[in-house]
Design a protein around this ligand. Structure first.
Ligand SMILES: [Zn+2]
Ligand SMILES: [Zn+2]
Length: 341
């Protein structure tokens, strides 16, 4: 479908920490797609890794985002102009043999969306989730909260579980918050830096500590969002028959090996399983959780940065050791909504 051409300001990234602006003209919407104006995009640790050394050539990296529908293409039915939506970073087809048995990782038809630093972008209906009524900046937390849900599902968190969270970044904090909502009887937090301890305790964490500070068995489940080197420490805290779910990647690209005393695992009859929230299947849940938990969860966003200031990203973030989560806000979209209202 042809439309009146829209000029979109997009930002592309290349290691080390280079950002360039590009103007894209969008003059047609493919079938089953929508034109969306960005409202918010979160920046996460893996973005920083891409920016630091993984992006060998100019590319898009924004994958925690959402916006307002501005135009509906042909053969669309679910969303209306003006509607706020979260965009899935990866949307499996949902109908193939793999998807229908819950193995979406093996889907051969995943749509990948990384347009979170595009002022306007096109998205397939399958990639979109209704987020009407959600505070705009919280669109930047939908994807990471979906990852937290994925890890909780892998850990089968139940009421009365005693859980320790390793790594208190945005996902770790949200995972702890979710465990508390699900009735876990004691949630502990462990992190190298104490910057998030106050917020975690405000969320209802029982206690926060640094690695090595506690050496007794306090948890039957441990969720690891920190680099895998923490596994050694995590096994110490694990009760008999306990479970560790590990979702934390290393800071570096080279050190993926973790030596630790395997006998402690055997004698405790413990399990370690890996989790990887991709494709992320919990967007709908995350939107609802963000609506109900907004008063707590919005505090995770320590930095709201204007989308137009994206080129200043490096300086802003590197200078702020207090940053838990930065979300880029397209103020223009907000103004356009007010004009439309
Ligand atoms: Zn991310
Ligand atoms: Zn599929």
């Amino acid at each position: 479908m042809d439309i009146t051409p829209v000029q979109s300001k997009n930002f592309l990234f290349k290691a080390p920490y280079r950002i360039k602006e590009e103007i894209e003209t969008i003059s047609a919407i493919p079938s089953e797609h929508y034109l969306i104006e960005l409202e918010a995009c979160g920046l996460c640790h893996s973005d920083l890794l891409w920016m630091a050394h993984r992006s060998k050539d100019w590319e898009k990296i924004g994958h925690e985002f959402g916006g307002k529908v501005r135009h509906c293409g042909d053969n669309t039915s679910k969303f209306q102009p003006g509607q706020q939506v979260a965009v899935k970073n990866a949307a499996p087809c949902g109908v193939c043999d793999h998807c229908t048995v819950g193995k979406a990782r093996d889907c051969g038809d995943v749509i990948v969306n990384k347009s979170g630093f595009n002022q306007f972008f096109l998205a397939h209906e399958r990639s979109m989730v209704d987020a009407e009524g959600l505070e705009g900046s919280l669109l930047g937390l939908v994807e990471p909260l979906g990852v937290a849900n994925d890890v909780l599902k892998a850990a089968q968190i139940r009421p009365k579980d005693r859980v320790t969270i390793y790594g208190l970044g945005a996902i770790g904090l949200m995972a702890g918050w979710l465990c508390i909502q699900k009735g876990a009887s004691g949630v502990y937090g462990c992190a190298r830096s104490s910057k998030c301890f106050d917020l975690a305790e405000q969320f209802g964490f029982k206690k926060c500590f640094k690695p090595g500070e506690i050496n007794e068995t306090i948890s039957n489940k441990i969720l690891v969002f920190a680099p895998p080197g923490t596994l050694k420490d995590a096994v110490t805290l694990l009760m008999n028959d306990g479970l560790i779910v590990i979702a934390g990647l290393n800071d570096s690209d080279w050190d993926h090996w973790v030596p630790f005393n395997f006998e402690s695992l055997i004698f405790k009859r413990a399990s370690i399983i890996g989790a990887f929230g991709y494709p992320n299947l919990f967007f709908e849940d995350a939107v609802e959780q963000l609506k109900s938990g907004k008063d707590s969860l919005r505090q995770i966003i320590t930095h709201q940065i204007s989308f137009s200031n994206t080129p200043g990203l490096k300086e802003e973030l590197l200078q702020s050791p207090d940053c838990i989560k930065a979300v880029f806000i397209n103020k223009q979209a907000k103004q356009n909504s007010e004009v439309n209202a």
